[in-house]
Design a binder for this molecule. Structure first.
Ligand code: B12
Ligand code: SF4
Ligand code: SF4
Length: 420
């Protein structure tokens, strides 16, 4: 069902008769229903004009904010031009899938420095395959009703600008932390798309209206009007100051980047700011007032496996590579590989309060590890040794993240009691 090169004009011809327009409206209603039956939380349809986002993407790349994610730069502006990426595309169907697990224990785990904090999207099954499969099923249903139809699914694929497309499709707005938010559903969701070659009617609502107004301007301006208003909570709470200006994240400073995307050494000045976050980071979403309205995800496969929502750092650090690979079969965490996993846990152990068992575990692993992990273990040992002879108060001072984490956990307990 891959879209072959076609002439867009020929496709547009298909809708010139009024009866065809009615047919596409009817099909769009059916697509809405099928998407819900397949378990998607929401769906919208947009045109493919992302020209207002081209200068934003170019500036982001020119500033080097993508770090060593070379694939982000490789496709150039094709990322903002769906019809160049998949010739024949005239519409994009965007979908949302909620993933917030029951009893997320955000505050409990962030507060306990002996435990490992794993981003709540990654506790269960990898979402990429699951969403792609559902999108393919949606494409199949459309094809059964529309003989000339071609489509291609995308989920978190680098060449696609998923958030600007989802904004245009009316799924929400990109907040100052850059994630998509919906007033009734918060931001704990994944996005996916189906590029299609039929001129379905586009979704019209308050979000798509604003997004399309933005597209009319020559350049996206900082005076975006949305439901963030004057709030800057996410910018202030980010432990590493990665949100360098509203709507712009410097990935190189983002915990999500250096614990998941980058296989290199974690910059030393950022290590103490990681706290116990060993895979991704949720802080900018946790402080966001709109997540009061977040829905619990309905996909059982996204619920925590292997107690990953409440597990000690020492237990995870004791895993062998074989155990890591077997236990995390089907989990997104497996993609980062064992060395990055050990690197991240070593840093979190360095950030934990002094404990003899931590020093022993770090020392035991040092000779068994790669050069890169050894260097992080050595850093962690130095941190533990520094804290060994300190009274508690001075040790807390060394924890540069302490006050910010306390502010965050207090806010979670007050604002998100269900998920605390
Ligand atoms: C690269 C990437 C990252 C990088 C860079 C993040 C970033 N903010 O750009 C890193 C590794 C840091 C990252 C982290 C995370 N990511 Co990520 N990531 C991506 C990816 C692959 C591309 C994003 C991208 O192109 N960035 C470049 C910028 C320029 O483009 P953009 O953000 O899409 O577009 C923005 C601009 O146009 C800007 N903008 C709009 N108006 C204006 C106005 C002005 C004045 C300015 C300056 C900018 C501006 O806002 C747009 C929308 O955000 C997408 C999937 C995809 N293919 O799109 C997932 C994706 C964005 N990530 C996702 C998730 C879940 C995360 C994490 C929450 C994971 C975690 N828990 O650790 C964190 C959140 C960190 C954060 N605050 O962004 C989800 C977001 C879902 C949602 N609700 O929005 C996506 C969509 C994946 C998916 N399929 O679900 N990610
Ligand atoms: S995910 Fe964490 S590090 Fe990244 S921007 Fe959000 S708060 Fe900052
Ligand atoms: S925390 Fe505030 S500024 Fe940040 S995304 Fe949420 S509403 Fe917008």
């Amino acid at each position: 069902m891959t879209i072959p090169p076609t002439n867009n004009e020929a496709i547009i011809e298909k809708v010139k008769s009024p009866s065809a327009i009615v047919k596409f409206q009817d099909l769009a209603n059916k697509i809405q229903r099928w998407a819900k039956e397949l378990g998607f939380s929401d769906i919208g349809i947009s045109d493919i004009d992302l020209s207002a986002h081209e200068p934003v993407l170019e500036r982001w790349l020119a500033n080097g904010y993508h770090g060593n994610m070379d694939y982000m730069a490789r496709h150039g502006l094709m990322r903002a031009r769906p019809a160049e990426l998949v010739p024949g595309t005239v519409r994009v169907i965007s979908v949302r899938l909620d993933y917030l697990p029951h009893n997320a224990k955000f505050s409990n785990i962030l507060k306990d420095k002996q435990k490992a904090y794993i981003s709540r999207y990654a506790l269960g099954r990898d979402y990429h395959k699951l969403m792609r499969k559902r999108l393919q099923q949606l494409g199949k249903k459309i094809a059964d009703h529309c003989p000339d139809f071609n489509c291609r699914p995308f989920v978190d694929s680098a060449p696609v600008m998923e958030r600007p497309l989802a904004e245009k499709a009316g799924l929400g707005w990109a907040g100052k932390h850059t994630l998509l938010i919906n007033k009734e559903a918060g931001s704990w969701f994944f996005l996916g798309e189906l590029f299609v070659d039929i001129p379905l009617p586009i979704t019209v609502n308050e979000y798509s209206d604003r997004a399309n107004k933005l597209s009319e301007t020559v350049e996206v301006t900082a005076s975006k009007i949305n439901d963030c208003g004057s709030c800057v909570a996410c910018i202030k709470i980010c432990p590493t100051n990665a949100i360098v200006e509203p709507y712009t994240v410097d990935a190189r400073r983002c915990i999500s980047y250096f614990t998941i995307e980058s296989a290199e050494a974690i910059p030393e000045e950022l290590r103490p700011l990681m706290g116990n976050r060993i895979y991704g980071c949720d802080d900018c979403q946790l402080i966001c007032p709109w997540n009061k309205y977040a829905k619990i995800g309905l996909v059982d496969d996204f619920q925590a496996r292997n107690n990953l929502d409440d597990v000690s750092l020492l237990e995870l650090f004791s895993w062998s590579e074989e155990y890591f690979l077997n236990t995390l079969e089907g989990s997104p965490i497996r993609r980062i590989g064992f060395q990055s996993w050990m690197r991240n846990i070593a840093v979190a152990l360095g950030n934990a309060p002094y404990k003899e068992a931590i020093v022993t575990a770090l020392t035991d692993k040092i000779t068994l590890s790669s050069e890169l992990v050894q260097e992080h273990i050595q850093w962690a040992l130095n941190q533990q040794n520094l804290k060994m002879n300190m009274v508690d108060k001075a040790a807390i001072e060394l924890d540069k993240n302490h006050r910010l984490t306390l502010r965050l956990t207090r806010s979670i307990e007050k604002g998100l009691p269900r998920d605390a």
